[in-house]
Design a protein around this ligand. Sequence first.
Ligand SMILES: [Zn+2]
Length: 205
Amino acid sequence: GGVAVRAYTRPGGLDRTRVIAQVRHAIRGIGDQVGVAYPWPSFTVAETAGGYGMESPAMIWIPRPTTRANLAYLVHHETAHQWFYGLVGNDQQGEPFADEAAADYVARTVLGIRRASRCAVAPLDRAITRYSQACYYEVVYIQGGNVLDELRRKMGTATFWTAIGGYLADHRFGLAGTRTLLDALVKASPVDLGPILRARFPALY
Ligand SMILES: [Zn+2]
């Protein structure tokens, strides 16, 4: 849709054609899901030698050891950060829910690969440093995404996604956070979301 996609891969590394196809699928699918188009004229993806996937505005990094099966997920997760972190920023260290849970939920929704968490239920409104290394991903990304899905079911799918799009539009190229994101859902919801929010975000509700 008019976005110039550039991919930098190394011989013997990631399949460049496959990477570009996944990036294009993610840009279109996520934009359609949230109702807000990808906000920059170009998008660059670069292969790294290892470590984790990473995002910056209009660019993502994908590690070379990514399996073919995991490539779609990783590209969609990092691309979803172009909306949650890039278009609307937040304190990534203090409120990882606002960018990681939202990005992961949208990515998994577009791909149809949501799953249950492998860690015990824990609050979602903590700073990164207050989660164990073993359960940070399982709590913030997986449980966080599943709570967003629970809110979607409570509110109704159309109302939920309209509210998410409204959050992105209202804070476009600005800063927001977990409370602002959840309040946008509360404001739009025809039913009381209080019980879920008080249970999962005890420091905020
Ligand atoms: Zn992320």
